[in-house]
Design a binder for this molecule. Structure first.
Ligand code: SAH
Length: 511
C-alpha cells in the first residue's frame, strides 16, 4: 500500500486547471506542483486521498520538451506564476485545451462542434512585464529589516523582491523610495500576528498609454508620520501623478480599506484603451495574423482611482474588448445591456457603435466611475445602474413586462429609463434588446440572471468569462434555452499563470 512520504516515479501526462502536473501511479492520479506536461519525475507523496493524491517533485528524470528557463528565479517559491517553467507556445496550447476540455466535459458539447466554433487563442508577444497593477506587501525579514515582496505560495511569509517580472520596471524605484522613507523615519511595517505597525501594502498602478503612475500606501491607521518626506522622494520620479494613503485598520486579508486620501497630485491616473481591428478568422488561423488586432484611431479614456477595478493587462484587454465588440455585431442602432460592467469599460466601447447601452454593476463606486468616464469621453447614450445583475434584471423585467401590459404600479429607476427608451429608440427596447453582454466574476452568472436573459431573448449574447468551467456550465443552460454557440475564442490575459479569459458569441436559434 502506498503511503505518505513514499517516493514514486511519474510521467506527467496532463495539466490541472491551476497548472499542476498530473500523472498516474498504480491507478491513482497525482497532482504535482511545478511539474510540466511531458516530464518524467521522481516525486514524494505528500497527501493521499481515496483515488488521488499530491506529490512533491524531487527530481526530474527526463525533462519535457515543453520546459523553458523561467525569467524569475523566485517563481517556485512565489505563489503568483504557476506555469512559468513552460514554453509560452505550450502555455497557449494548454489554455486552449483547458477551454476546449471544459466545453466538452462540463458543457456537454460534442468535440467536433467545439473544434468548429473555437478560434485560435490570442496570445501575447511576450508573457512578461504586462501587468499595470502591483500590490506589494510590506514586512520584515529575519534580521528585522523592512522589506517589500510577495507572499510565498500558500503562506503569508514575505519573499523580498522589488522587481516582479510580470510588473513594470518602474515598480522597483518606487518601492526603494518607500522602503528608504520607512527606514529613515522609523516607520514600522504592519505585523499581521500582533496587529501592530503601520504600513501594510504598496499599491502601484501604471498607465501604459500615458505613462502616469499612481502610488497608494495602505496603512493601519489614520496618519502617515513625516508624509512630506515620502512625497519628496516619490514626487520626483518620472510619471508620478497621484500619491495617496488608504486606511485599513481591520484584521483582514482584503488589501484596501474604505477610505483613501490623496496626499499629492490627482486622486486618479488616466489611461486609454484603443479599439483594435479583428481580422478574419482564416487569416489568424494560418498564423499570418499579424495584421489582426492592429490599433485603430478609436480610443476610450478612463480615470482610474486606487479603488477602481481595471483590467490588469492593458494590451490584451484591447484585444479582448475588440473581440467582444466584434461579436456584438453592432451597426449603430442597437439596444445593448452590459451586465457586470465594472467602471463601464466594455459599455463605453459598445456605446460608440450602438443606439443605447445599459450597464449593471454591484459596486456603487464603480458605477460612479462609469458615469464619469462616459462624460469624460462625451458619451451620452450609456446609462448605468447599481445592483446585482440577478436582482436588477429580473425586477426590471417583471415590472416592465407588467407595465407594457398596461398595469404599471411602480416606477423604479430602471423602469423609468425603460419608459424613456421605448419612446425614442426605434421600437427596440430595453425589454427585448438586440444584444446582451455579460462579464461575470469567476463564479459565472447566477441562475436567475440566466433565466431573465432567456426571457429577454436578445438576438445575440456575448459572454466574456474569466473561468471556462462556469462559462461551459452557463453556455449549456443558454443553449438548452434556445441559443446556439457561434464562436469561442480564448485570450491570454495572464501569461505564466494558469488563468485564461474567453469570449463567446451565442445567437438565437431560428424557430
Ligand atoms: N466588464 C468589466 C468588469 C468585469 S469584472 C471590465 O472588463 O472591466 C466583473 C465585475 O462584476 C466586477 O466589477 C464586479 O464588481 C461585478 N460583479 C460581481 N458580482 C456581481 C453581480 N452579482 N451583479 C453585478 N455585478 C457583479
Amino acid at each position: 500500500m502506498l503511503q505518505k512520504n513514499d517516493m514514486i516515479e511519474l510521467k506527467i501526462e496532463d495539466m490541472g486547471v491551476d497548472g499542476q502536473g498530473i500523472g498516474k501511479y498504480d491507478g491513482m492520479t497525482f497532482f504535482v506542483k511545478d511539474a510540466v506536461i511531458g516530464d518524467e519525475i521522481r516525486a514524494r507523496v505528500t497527501k493521499l486521498k481515496k483515488n488521488y493524491g499530491y506529490a512533491r517533485m524531487e527530481e526530474i528524470l527526463s525533462p519535457s520538451e515543453a520546459r523553458t528557463v523561467p525569467e524569475c528565479e523566485l517563481y517556485k517559491r512565489c505563489g503568483g506564476c504557476q506555469i512559468q517553467a513552460m514554453d509560452y507556445g505550450k502555455q497557449l496550447e494548454f489554455k486552449q485545451n483547458k477551454v476546449r476540455g471544459n466545453l466538452i466535459r462540463i458543457g456537454g458539447f460534442a468535440p467536433e462542434f467545439v473544434d468548429e466554433v473555437m478560434q485560435p487563442i490570442v496570445g501575447m508577444e511576450t508573457p512578461y512585464r504586462y501587468r499595470n497593477k502591483a500590490q506589494f506587501p510590506i514586512g520584515t525579514d529575519k534580521e528585522g529589516n523592512v522589506v517589500a515582496g510577495f507572499y510565498a505560495a500558500r503562506s503569508h511569509n514575505i519573499i523580498p523582491v522589488t522587481d516582479c517580472k510580470l510588473g513594470v520596471e518602474e515598480n522597483q524605484k518606487i518601492l526603494e523610495a518607500v522602503l528608504s522613507y520607512m527606514r529613515e523615519n522609523g516607520i514600522k511595517p504592519y505585523d499581521e500576528a500582533t496587529g501592530k505597525g503601520l504600513v501594510r501594502h504598496v499599491l502601484i498602478r501604471y498607465g501604459f498609454t500615458t505613462k502616469e503612475i499612481m502610488v497608494c500606501l495602505v496603512i493601519n491607521g489614520k496618519k502617515l508620520p513625516a508624509r512630506e518626506k515620502l512625497v519628496e522622494k516619490l514626487s520626483g520620479l518620472e510619471g508620478m501623478t497621484s500619491i495617496s494613503i488608504n486606511q485599513n485598520t481591520k484584521n483582514t486579508n482584503v488589501i484596501l480599506g474604505e477610505r483613501t486620501e490623496c496626499i499629492w497630485g490627482q486622486p486618479y491616473i488616466t489611461d486609454y484603451i484603443h479599439l483594435r481591428e479583428c481580422g478574419n478568422d482564416a487569416v489568424a488561423a494560418e498564423g499570418a495574423g499579424r495584421k489582426e488586432f492592429a490599433l485603430t484611431d478609436t480610443a476610450v479614456g478612463f480615470h482610474i482611482s486606487p479603488q477602481s477595478f481595471y483590467q490588469v493587462n492593458p494590451v490584451q484587454t484591447e484585444k479582448l474588448y475588440s473581440l467582444a465588440l466584434d461579436y456584438a455585431g453592432l451597426t449603430g442602432k442597437e439596444t445593448v445591456w452590459d451586465l457586470y460592467c465594472g467602471i463601464g469599460t466594455i459599455s463605453l466601447f459598445l456605446a460608440q457603435k450602438a443606439g443605447k447601452v445599459y450597464g449593471v454593476e454591484v459596486v456603487p463606486q464603480a458605477i460612479e466611475d462609469a458615469k464619469n468616464n462616459a462624460k469624460l469621453n462625451g458619451i451620452s447614450n450609456a446609462e448605468f445602474f447599481v445592483g446585482k445583475a440577478e436582482e436588477v434584471l429580473p425586477e426590471f423585467y417583471e415590472r416592465e413586462s407588467r407595465r407594457s401590459a398596461g398595469s404599471a404600479d411602480e416606477v423604479g429607476e430602471v423602469a423609468a429609463a425603460a419608459a424613456k427608451d421605448a419612446g425614442k429608440s426605434d421600437g427596440r427596447s430595453m425589454l427585448h434588446p438586440d444584444v446582451i453582454v455579460v462579464d461575470p466574476p469567476r463564479k459565472g452568472c447566477d441562475e436567475k440572471c440566466l433565466e431573465t436573459l432567456l426571457k429577454m431573448h436578445p438576438e445575440r449574447i456575448v459572454y466574456v468569462s474569466c473561468d471556462s468551467a462556469t462559462l461551459a456550465r452557463d453556455l449549456r443552460e443558454l443553449c438548452d434555452g434556445g441559443y446556439e454557440v457561434k464562436k469561442v475564442r480564448a485570450v491570454d490575459q495572464f501569461g505564466n499563470t494558469g488563468h485564461v479569459e474567453t469570449v463567446c458569441l451565442l445567437s438565437k436559434k431560428a424557430q
